[in-house]
Design a protein around this ligand. Sequence first.
Ligand SMILES: O=C(O)c1cc(=O)[nH]c(=O)n1[C@@H]1O[C@H](COP(=O)(O)O)[C@@H](O)[C@H]1O
Length: 232
Amino acid sequence: MHAAARLIPAIDTADPARAAALAGALAPHCGALKLGLELFAAEGPAAMRAMTERAPVFLDLKLHDIPNTVAGAVRSLLPLRPAMLTLHGLGGPAMIAAAREAAEAAGAARPILLAVTVLTSMDAATLAETGVSGGPVQQVLRLARLALGAGADGLVCSPQEVSRIRDAFGAAPLLVVPGVRPAGSALGDQARTATPAEAVAAGADWIVVGRPITGAADPAAAAAAIAESLPA
Ligand SMILES: O=C(O)c1cc(=O)[nH]c(=O)n1[C@@H]1O[C@H](COP(=O)(O)O)[C@@H](O)[C@H]1O
């Protein structure tokens, strides 16, 4: 894969004009654009339609509900033609299987289904507060096994679990990796991080980068610099 194709900028804004400007500037430097909760909550399907004109869209709504409701949400989203969709692995295998069955209705145009494991904003202590002991790696591997067994095509995980997932599950699962920070850039609320090059060297298929790109004076140049930093 060409290095730039591995980069997915997160277009996190509620302003449709800013989203369109970022999408236009970043599309030449990436493999897909990520549309998440902030923009979808503000603009809904209209934002999706505007973005799919520019690039394949990773629709990151992190679905997490009973299987029947998640299956219905997937069916409702299929006409928007997302290239990738996220679900929370914590929803369990029946929820993932219901999403997969619903997605099959799109045939060859079916979105890639990605199970979010442990949010990259959580460290071992915040995870333990939710009742999960044993640490992020163990929980990521547990959720990965359940989600992949139930029909997820891949996973969202932090760069710190990528090599462990590859060791356990091999090359097949698609790994989408946020919590990625170029050296020296602010972590913000991210807890389990690594650089773009480290994430790809560990085995990430795609890296998701938001604020280090969208907060830069020249987002296109920031994206190009990240793409250039990646191993071939
Ligand atoms: O599903 C995601 O994309 C996601 C999962 C996760 O565990 N952590 C995470 O940061 N993300 C998303 O990745 C993006 C990261 O943005 P920055 O922290 O600004 O680079 C945001 O849009 C998050 O919603």
